[in-house]
Design a protein around this ligand. Structure first.
Ligand code: PEP
Ligand code: MN
Length: 343
């Protein structure tokens, strides 16, 4: 729908607009109101270039699209009936909890095995463990491919699926070859379209689940949903949307906690929302409240960093990780709240 700046377009302006939409196989249909005429685009209005050409005309205020730019992720898509299953949980039927270390320490694998067992005991369904890490400081520990073996050994010992972030195509290949069932796209790579496409192509035809974090600087919802569309467009619809706080930060929190985005996402897309309260607030003492807020806002799952001995952890663990006992209370309360929410 085209909303002009003027109450009615001149004949020349209408002819110019008609010519633009005709180039893209569409027709212009005026809808005459008492004070203003607006113009419907009849045909497939999803072509970005057509919209940009129209919005570039100086007599056009804006174009409101009726068709969704993300046709597979849209709530009205046939995929809306698709159910994602992971760790014995069907998303939407029970609160999914992913928990574990931010970063696996390859020098101390026992910490990971102990943490994996403890988070399982606390009620987690999936164990997380960072193998390769996106670190702001290039001189800090960047992860180690050796941790992949530790991750998979943790999966074997607990019998639970594991989740690890991949930052490039080499990680992607190694993780898939090792049998990692859940791949994480981090906040820094959520807008890395070549990686999203590579992941989409690599997981097509597999049961792999992708946990897509919300980008650090993402603004409009469509940006987040369209990033998921990149992956799903290759054929595997197992994508979980993971708000994890965006910039700018609130004074005191690591990021701006964005769990309140959940109901907005749910109006637009069928995809389950799994909130990461750990990176949102960045401090262990604030994480439980953020986790519960996320569930109150409608989250289908949580991704929480936890460590048996946070002070001895690496990466974010000394600051953010919950001890397993705090994790257990948080999971119990979160599941109670989830049940209350469902009524
Ligand atoms: C993480 O999960 O440890 C991580 C680095 O996440 P994010 O991409 O959200 O910062
Ligand atoms: Mn982390």
């Amino acid at each position: 729908m085209i909303l002009p700046k003027v109450p009615r377009l001149s004949n020349e302006q209408a002819a110019e607009l008609s010519a633009v939409v005709a180039e893209f196989g569409c027709k212009l249909q005026p809808i005459v109101g008492a004070v203003r005429t607006i113009y419907a685009i009849v045909g497939d209005e999803r072509d970005e270039l057509m919209i940009n050409r129209i919005e570039g005309l100086d007599y056009v205020e804006r174009v409101d699209r009726i068709q969704s730019p993300h046709k597979l992720m849209d709530r009205r898509s046939d995929l809306a009936s698709h159910r994602i299953k992971v760790g014995g949980v069907t998303l939407g039927e029970r609160l999914l909890v992913i928990a574990g270390q931010c970063t696996i320490d390859p020098k101390n694998p026992n910490f990971f095995y102990e943490t994996a067992a403890a988070v399982k005991e606390a009620g987690a369904d999936v164990i997380r463990g960072g193998v390769w890490k996106p670190r702001t400081n290039p001189y800090t520990f960047q992860g180690d491919a050796k941790s992949l073996d530790i991750l998979m050994e943790g999966a074997r010992r607990t019998g639970l699926p594991v989740d690890a972030e991949v930052m490039d195509e080499t990680h992607l290949r190694l993780a898939l070859d090792a049998g990692v069932p859940m791949l994480q796209v981090g906040a820094r790579n959520a807008l890395n379209y070549s990686l999203l496409r590579a992941i989409g192509a690599a997981v097509a035809g597999r049961n792999t689940v992708v946990l897509l974090k919300r980008g650090l600087h993402m603004g409009p919802l469509n940006e987040f949903i369209s990033a998921a569309e990149y992956i799903v467009s290759f054929g595997n619809p197992n994508v979980l949307l993971c708000p994890r706080g965006t910039s700018p930060a609130l004074d005191g929190y690591r990021n701006h906690p964005d769990e309140s985005i959940t109901p907005l996402l749910k109006e637009k897309t069928w995809a389950p929302v799994v909130v990461d309260p750990s990176h949102s607030v960045g401090k262990a003492s604030y994480v439980p409240a953020c986790a519960l807020a996320a569930v109150a806002y409608g989250a289908d799952g949580l991704c929480i960093e936890s460590h048996v001995a946070p002070a001895k952890g690496i990466g974010d663990d000394p600051k953010q990780a919950l001890t397993p006992d705090v994790l257990k209370t948080t999971i119990t309360q979160a599941r109670q709240l989830w049940a209350m929410r469902r009524g």
